[in-house]
Ligand binder design. Structure first.
Ligand code: ARG
Ligand code: ZN
Length: 886
């Protein structure tokens, strides 16, 4: 059996549904292997559709037990079922009721789409197309219905029964069984359907909305883990309050439930009133979660909650519009985190993710516009481009329009599109209307793939006292299946900028082309002229990373040092340090970077600048200082080099620079570590300031160890054993993981022993080991795949071990002999039979294969071709492998 690649679906071919469904009544009788679902669908012909067309309902992996039309059995031949669904050949030309009884096996559902069991808990995942694995349906986001769901289950097996909307009634159903009825008054597409049944612990509290509605908020977790849920519960309440303040959006049901499950394909899901989460993004205690975990929980809880408006009240017409809800909601959660924490620090984190994940995606064979023009498997388009670049587009819109007009546009969008399935055009139309601007050219951001490059050159004229900046944008031509492939048109690029005097301070210069600190580059080229500039300034460009572009601007080291020391924009101060380090790293890596090599004069200048920076500011803003101390990662250097990349040379260059920085800064770093230590009796707090101190202490430890492995081992061993929280323990273990020797193995063993009953903590242990940049790691990972705590069935385990290896261990994944590629390829194939979505995601690690040097490139291609030739590939993996090789 050889699966053919699934057919292409094109945005241009969108047609409204021929039928609509107004009401759905579900009766779900939960059973581990034979769950029965009765669905009663109130249908009617869609005036916008084709009259008299057959009714084609989607279905996947269903057993049909019974069907009735308006309460009567259907005539023989009237209905046909196949592997992709059910067809009713001659539906009535008026409203009618179709009742369907289906049976599914939740225990055998290893794809984790539709209804499945996770640790014995029944749960669902319907986005993007899982509802068709529960009953036959018009499983498309532009069919909105009001749902009433009756859930029935064994009382002991599933004492908790949750659905969308508000609880209506509950009671006994015979001796051993019970039921609950839920009603959701808000019309929604099927992808937002959810139910949960199981033994679960609960913590709750209430929230009164600005409209005066009292909402019961609850978080459900594995019994016994309730003490790890308060942070998530608090994050829900903070998100609710923030959305009222920042966007005027109030919650609209009487209950809001969050349920944590251990087996989940993605991060979480915004089902109406019943968000279902990967437990990694709910459970937190000081001993099991790091500061990063806390920050992720806060962000993802907020993200899913914010979807209640951006996604649920206003949903997407079709899956091409995915960015309409995801990009917008990521923007909203980023704003929330920035307000709750430190805005500059959060901005830097956002940009690091964008550059590490989205830029490479946009530069490789999987590149696609934020709104793709075609897809074969929609689940493969939940990408960094749709999410992260999608959020950047919304942010640029705010920069262009200003915060007040932006807010007015958001209000109009929500008001006008409430209860509808909308498009990117609907979104932009709201902003065009409130601003009176033509956003046609801006809309190209949604249609053109690839990262634009903006080159800038500056000239000072001492006689005329002017400073001129010339801008030029160049756009890559991206010809992939998901992209139109047309000649790219100029983008509308907001450039936030300012001038810094070489001796410090802002330059009081003016320019007619700059408004509120922003120049808008609308054509291929543009010019900004500042007047009244006495002395040659240093331009600070793309402040706050005002557009998702690559900046080509020849700053010399001296200018970068000025920006690092003196720019008023924190992002560009950090960027200046990154730029200095990147110059050193790319130059060394290109030269092959022998390990004994010293960092040279440029490295010394960087060390000196970082030293003065630390002296002046580390204690005032440790979180920011930790970021300034962290040099660009392997992937970023690889991106900069672009072609014929040798991951080993990059790695050696990074090691040399880190060693050099560590040596030069060691006395300061050791002193800082002491100065920033929490008093031992202080209770752990996950707040941003405390997390920032820990981040800087641990960044310091990392550099000290890079310079002096002996001291590093001693310090890290002590910190790992004595830490009172997971952040410090794990950071120390990560430092040790880079120092081969007995101490490392001892610490790893002790850690595994301590946390043997904690799957989410063992994930961190898997992941650290998978990232060890040594030749033995492939074997180590193979060994760990046989560890009793590992399972191919659990997505978190797979991502922690094999995902970390493929994404975060460039030297070993790209091993010259191909052993790294083989490990990942084998895992993809083994997993594909069970969980195609996670397998396809894992396979995307190969998407940068064309960038590496010839020998490795040939090995990677061979591994991809072997996958492509394997029998019985899922559509998911077939799609990724096909596009990767195209
Ligand atoms: N909508 C979810 C979110 O908030 C993602 C769900 C995607 N699931 C999937 N199977 N493709 O980001
Ligand atoms: Zn989302």
């Amino acid at each position: 059996m050889r699966t053919e690649t699934p057919p292409v679906i094109r945005l241009a071919d969108y047609r409204p549904s021929d039928y609509l469904i107004d009401r759905v009544d579900l009766d779900v009788r939960l059973h581990p292997t034979e769950t029965r679902i009765t669905a009663t669908l109130a249908l009617r012909p869609n005036p916008a559709g084709e009259a008299g067309a057959p009714l084609v309902l989607d279905g996947d992996d269903l057993t049909l037990l019974a069907v009735a039309l308006d309460g009567q059995p259907t005539a023989p031949g009237a209905i046909e079922t196949g592997p992709r669904g059910l067809t009713l050949h001659q539906p009535p030309g008026r409203p009618f009721v179709l009742s369907l009884e289906t049976q599914v096996n939740p225990s055998a559902n290893t794809k984790l789409m539709g209804l499945y069991r996770s640790n014995g808990v029944y749960c669902t995942q319907c986005e993007a197309d899982g509802f068709r694995r529960i009953t036959y349906f018009l499983d498309r986001p532009d069919v909105l219905a009001v749902y009433t769901t009756r859930i029935e289950a064994d009382r002991t097996e599933a004492p908790v029964l949750l659905g969308n909307g508000n609880p209506v009634e509950s009671g006994a159903a015979g001796a051993d069984r019970h039921y609950a009825v839920w009603h959701d008054p808000h019309p929604k597409p099927a992808y937002l359907f959810a139910l949960v049944g199981g033994r679960l612990g609960r913590i709750g509290s209430s929230f009164t909305t600005m409209e005066g509605r009292a909402v019961e908020v609850a978080v459900y977790v594995e019994p016994g883990k309730e003490d790890r849920a308060p942070y998530a519960l608090d994050a829900v309440r903070r998100a609710m309050a923030w959305d009222e303040r920042a966007f005027g959006r109030a919650y609209d049901l009487d209950v809001f439930n969050v349920v944590a499950v251990s087996d989940f394909n993605m991060g979480a899901m915004e089902n109406k009133g019943l968000n279902i989460f990967n437990d990694k993004y709910v459970l937190a205690s000081p001993d099991t979660a790091t500061d990063t975990d806390y920050a992720n929980i806060e962000a993802i809880i907020a993200h899913e909650y914010f979807h209640n408006w951006s996604g649920n009240r206003v949903t997407c017409r079709d899956w091409f519009q995915l960015c309409l809800k995801e990009g917008l909601t990521v923007f909203r959660d980023q704003e929330f985190s920035s307000d709750e924490r430190s805005r500059p620090v959060h901005r830097i984190a956002e940009v690091r993710t964008l550059r590490a994940r989205q830029f490479p995606e946009d530069a490789g064979p999987l590149a696609h516009p934020v709104r793709p023009q075609a897809y074969r498997e929609i689940n493969n388009f939940y990408t960094a481009t749709v999410y992260e670049k999608g959020a950047e587009i919304v942010r640029m819109l705010r920069t262009l329009l200003g915060p007040e007009t932006f807010r007015a546009g958001m209000d109009l969008f929500f008001a006008r599109c409430d209860g509808t399935a909308a498009t990117v055009e609907d979104f932009l139309a709201a902003f065009a209307q409130v601003s009176g601007r033509d956003l046609t050219a801006f809309a190209r951001w949604y249609a053109q793939a690839g990262t634009p490059v903006v080159s800038v050159s500056g000239r000072h004229d001492p006689l005329a006292r002017t400073y001129t900046l010339d801008f030029h944008q160049s756009l890559p031509v991206v010809a992939t299946e998901a992209s139109a492939g047309a000649e790219p048109q100029p983008l509308v690029i907001p450039v936030a900028l300012g001038l810094v005097a070489p001796g410090g301070g802002a330059v009081a210069a003016r320019s007619e082309q700059v408004r509120d600190g922003v120049f808008v580059l609308e054509q291929e080229s543009g010019r900004v002229v500042y007047t009244d500039v006495a002395e040659a300034p240093v331009p600070s460009l793309f402040r706050g990373f005002s557009a998702p572009v690559k900046l080509a601007h020849a700053l010399d080291a001296g200018q970068r040092l000025t920006l690092l020391a003196r720019d008023s924009d924190p992002f560009n101060r950090w960027q200046a340090a990154q730029g200095l380090a990147l110059d050193v790293l790319t130059a060394r890596a290109r030269a092959g970077a022998p390990l004994e090599d010293e960092a040279g004069a440029d490295g010394a200048a960087l060390a000196e600048a970082l030293g003065s920076f630390l002296d002046a500011e580390a204690v005032a803003d440790p979180a920011f200082a930790a970021l300034v101390l962290t040099i660009p990662g392997d992937q970023e250097v690889a991106q900069e080099i672009g072609a014929n990349v040798d991951p080993d040379a990059i790695h050696r260059a990074r090691r040399t620079l880190r060693r050099h920085l560590g040596r030069a800064l060691a006395p300061r770093l050791v002193a800082l570590r002491e100065r920033l230590a929490d008093p031992t009796e202080a209770p752990f707090s996950p707040d941003a300031a405390s997390a920032g101190r820990r981040a800087l202490r641990n960044a310091a430890l990392d550099l000290v160890a890079a310079a002096d492995p002996e001291t590093g081992t001693r310090l890290a061993e002590a910190q790992c054993a004595g830490a009172t929280n997971m952040t410090d323990r794990l950071a120390a273990l990560a430092t040790l993981a880079l120092l081969p020797g007995e101490a490392r193995e001892r610490a790893l063993q002790a850690f595994a022993q301590t946390y043997r009953a904690e799957p989410l903590v063992l994930d961190k242990w898997f992941s650290l080991q998978a990232m060890i940049p040594e030749a033995g790691t492939v074997e180590r990972v193979r060994g760990l795949m046989r560890h009793e705590g590992f399972s191919l069935g659990n997505p978190n385990r797979v991502r922690s071990l094999v995902g970390s290896f493929s994404l975060n261990n460039p030297t070993q994944f790209h091993r010259e002999d191909g052993a790294g590629y083989d490990l990942v390829a084998e895992t993809v194939l083994a997993l594909d039979a069970r969980n195609p979505q996670v397998a396809a995601r894992l396979l995307t690690a190969f998407s940068t294969w064309r960038m590496v040097e010839a020998k490795r490139r040939a090995r990677a291609e061979a591994a991809l071709r072997a996958i492509a030739a394997s029998p019985g590939l899922s559509p998911d993996v077939g799609d990724i492998v096909g596009r990767s090789l195209a």
